[in-house]
Every structure is written in structure tokens, then in C-alpha cells.
Design a protein around this ligand. Structure first.
Ligand code: ZN
Length: 318
């Protein structure tokens, strides 16, 4: 038996990009389960939510935007702090980089470790990592709870509707056309990464997203969802996955099992239902470890470092 390659180090196949309009002012840049970018084109400027992993990758987003508009890219929104979402930010030369104060605090607390850790996990996504500026990508403006931007007459709300994928999760909401950019709070045909998550909060946060009644949604990974039925399916799939991981881990913890046993059982239980989702094998060791932590002694996610990543992987997959 060969040992499973760490995280996504064996994943080297390029994905096909789709750039499509999903409502009057919103576009989705998606890539078969790789991290998505959402684009809002207002009367006088453009907003980009989640930047791609490097400036070199962001250049392809910019090229697509320039096929449909020459308005300036004024705002970059970080839906959360993960390196694969934010390190392309410098390419846009935006006037403002917006994030929740909770996201800002996470960058202060663990941004450096997260950057090193994610670059080690996803060599393909960071293939032009030398184009990333040294240091952190800092927000230039932060908010708590809710912030409204007006792109001319177009209202764009940045909302914190609860913790889930991280403590600082922010969604972008266009009330006039009921369009939502969810970041990694929602995935579609892609495995939610929950290594920095709050399992006890995430389902309620998804209910809060559902209460907006989105007609279209750009998930963190996977195809854009462009009907209320597709949106419901995306929300339901994510909610079910989080609930199923939690139920399996809780049962193992209640039975006094250790992390290794809980991991093996949870993999076996979930693989038939979710094994075909992209990055399933990548995410599960992180997801189960974090869930085990939350159900035992750690309310808040412990910081992943490149060293802790590899140590955990050896313990569970070695
Ligand atoms: Zn993320």
C-alpha cells in the first residue's frame, strides 16, 4: 500500500475556468472545485470578493473582468483570512480591501502560520507563489456585523451572519437581485474545509443565509448556483456534511475513542456519501481533527502550522 500524499500535493491537474453572469450585476469565476471569485459590477466601479491564491492567478480574473467592463476595480472583499483566498489581492490595485474586524484579528493572530501552512498544502494553487508580496495582505477598512457599500445606485451589503468556516466569515449580499457570495460557508460538490471551523455554529449560520432567500449564490468552491432550488441544494449539502462529521465525531468521543479511531470511523461513514466531492481526502483529516478538538477541549480552533499539518497527517494517514 502506498502512503497517501500529504494534503493536495498529488493534485497537479489544471482546472477549466468558467466566467459567467449570474444576475444583473454579479459574475462568478469558478474552476471545477478550485477556489471561486465573485465579481460585482456596479454603476461606477467593480468589487471583487476573494482574490485567488496569487497575483499571477488573479491576473486571469482581471483579464475576464476586462472582457465585460472597463470600470475601475475599487473594492476587494476578503470573505475570510485563508491564504488561498487573499494572497492575490495586490494584483487588483483596489482603493480599499475590506474585511470583518474578526478576520483582521485572525490575520494578526495566525496569518503568517496560515500562509506557510496553505502554501505547503496546495502546491498547484500556489504555483506562482513568488508573485505574492512579502508579509500579510492587510484590510484597509474593517467592520463589525454589517457594512453597506453603494456602487452608484447598486446596494452591496457585507454581512457577518455567524461563525462557521472561520470566526470572521463575511458574505456579500445584493438585496436588489437576491444574489449572495458566500465564501467558504457554502460549497457545492466540494468538501467543506473545517480545520478552522465552529461546528456548533455553522448550521445556524447556514440557516441565517437561507433566511435571505437567495436566488443565486456563488459558493466558495464548485459551480455557481443560479436558481433557488440549486441554492437550497448547496446550503443543504454543506449543512448535512457538517452535521454528519459532527455526529460521527461526537459518537466516538462519547464512546471514549481516541482521535485516530474516530478519524478512521468517520472516513468510513462519510466516504460513500461525500467521497466524490473534490478535496475530500485533503479536508477530512483537518476537519475531523478540528471537530474532535471542539467536542473535547478547544472552543476555538488551534493554529495550524506547516509542522503541525505534517505531524497530524502522519498520525492519521501515516
Ligand atoms: Zn477558507
Amino acid at each position: 500500500m502506498t502512503t497517501k500524499k500529504f494534503a493536495s500535493q498529488a493534485d497537479l491537474e489544471e482546472k477549466k475556468v468558467t466566467f459567467s453572469q449570474i444576475s444583473e450585476h454579479a459574475w462568478a469565476y469558478t474552476a471545477e472545485g478550485d477556489p471561486n471569485t465573485g465579481i460585482i459590477i456596479g454603476d461606477d466601479c467593480v468589487l471583487v470578493a476573494d482574490t485567488q491564491a496569487t497575483p499571477a492567478m488573479a491576473a486571469d480574473v482581471i483579464r475576464r473582468i476586462r472582457e465585460v467592463t472597463d470600470k475601475p476595480i475599487k473594492y476587494v472583499v476578503m470573505t475570510h483570512y485563508h491564504a488561498v483566498r487573499v494572497l492575490g489581492a495586490s494584483a487588483y490595485n483596489a482603493q480599499q480591501i475590506l474585511a470583518s474586524q474578526d478576520t483582521y484579528d485572525l490575520i494578526v493572530e495566525r496569518g503568517e502560520q496560515d500562509k506557510a501552512s496553505e502554501i505547503g498544502r496546495f502546491p498547484r494553487l500556489f504555483s506562482n507563489v513568488e508573485t505574492v508580496p512579502a508579509g500579510m495582505t492587510w484590510p484597509t477598512m474593517t467592520f463589525t456585523g454589517k457594512m453597506t457599500l453603494w456602487l452608484g445606485t447598486l446596494e452591496v451589503q457585507l454581512l457577518q451572519l455567524g461563525r462557521g468556516h472561520t470566526k470572521g466569515d463575511t458574505v456579500v449580499w445584493l438585496p436588489q437581485e437576491r444574489t449572495l457570495l458566500s465564501g467558504d460557508l457554502v460549497e457545492f460538490d466540494a468538501t467543506p474545509y473545517a480545520g478552522d471551523a465552529y461546528f456548533k455554529d455553522w448550521p445556524q449560520t447556514l440557516d441565517n443565509l437561507a433566511a435571505l432567500q437567495p436566488a443565486a449564490l456563488v459558493p466558495g468552491r464548485g459551480a455557481a448556483l443560479v436558481t433557488p432550488e440549486q441554492v437550497s441544494a448547496g446550503l443543504r449539502g454543506t449543512r448535512d456534511f457538517i452535521a454528519d462529521v459532527r455526529a460521527s465525531v461526537e459518537a466516538g468521543v462519547a464512546a471514549g475513542k481516541d482521535l485516530n479511531a474516530v478519524y478512521k470511523e468517520t472516513m468510513a461513514t462519510l466516504r460513500p456519501k461525500y467521497g466524490h466531492w473534490v478535496i475530500f481526502d485533503h479536508c477530512m483529516p483537518f476537519d475531523v481533527t478540528r471537530c474532535f478538538d471542539e467536542m473535547t477541549q478547544y472552543t476555538h480552533p488551534r493554529i495550524w502550522t506547516a509542522e503541525r499539518d505534517v505531524e497530524m497527517w502522519k498520525t492519521l494517514e501515516g
